[in-house]
Design a protein around this ligand. Sequence first.
Ligand code: UDP
Length: 319
Amino acid sequence: MRILVLGGAGFIGSHLCERLLGEGHRVIAMDNYITGSRRNVDHLLGHAHFSLIENDVTISCDVDESLDAVMNLASPASPVGYLDNPIETMKVGSHGTYNALELALRKGARFLMASTSEVYGDPKEHPQKESYWGHVNSIGVRSVYDEAKRFAEALTMAYYRKHNLRTRIIRIFNTFGPRMALEDGRVVPNFVRQAVNDEPLTVYGDGSATRSFCYVTDLVDGMLRLLWSDEPNPVNVGNPREMTMTEFAQAVLAAAGPECRSTIAYVNPGAARVADDPQRRRPDITRARTILGWEPQVSLEDGLRETLGYFRAVRNRAA
Ligand code: UDP
């Protein structure tokens, strides 16, 4: 198969490209490096079936070969990433998604939209099922991401209904692993970076907010099962093991081992960073289980060990 991965030099995109190449597909990665990095796919550049194209999909999106699938992962995705790039985030969710859908239509390709648990906002239902419509502040600081992804879902469904395009929508919950950007401000890279540097782990507020963390290879597996399925409606993919940020900090310290001298520090990162911060998040993955036969395989502890190893290697290279 020939597959175009938009956002292919991002954290998840790079793992997706790697997996697709491993399965024998031809992979074209497109990225404008706004938050992704060429370094994430350096190791794939010599592969005979891999190409990397620098391009801004908000302006245009085209390739001069046939395609079997277009996978749209292009967007800043961390709170710091989209708070720093609010207009670009709205443009990639809207113009970028439109350009990507038009390309899929021209090529007769399948289309997968990488959506997010942020479409549920600060949820009033717990855990979150796909049938929940969400609780989003349309003018809050996070709205540039949340509403762009909600728009992208709506546009994807419009192409499904109007053109019978084979569209898929994955709602990605918190995902982690090697190649997360060290400075992207999310809780996993922050805690892991702090742990490998023996610095205090910065828990925001009282540490009672919850998340559930899925290892990136599990996420990619769910994403591909969905791509090749016949399911046009959104499917949550994430790990249902929910924990508070205090419990997560403790898990990072345990995985870092006794030689790590970090402690836990409760800090106030400023109003903008925590405004509309969802207080609870856990996916209901019944649909992924029943429709895709998908279940996460990698434990938090194993995933953290891999991620710590990657962050240590990056630290040692920089030293
Ligand atoms: N958080 C934290 N310390 C950090 C970074 C984030 O306690 O150094 C908290 C944040 O307030 C939120 C949770 O961790 O409650 C997850 O935040 P993240 O930025 O990873 O992404 P989100 O799930 O909000 O998209």
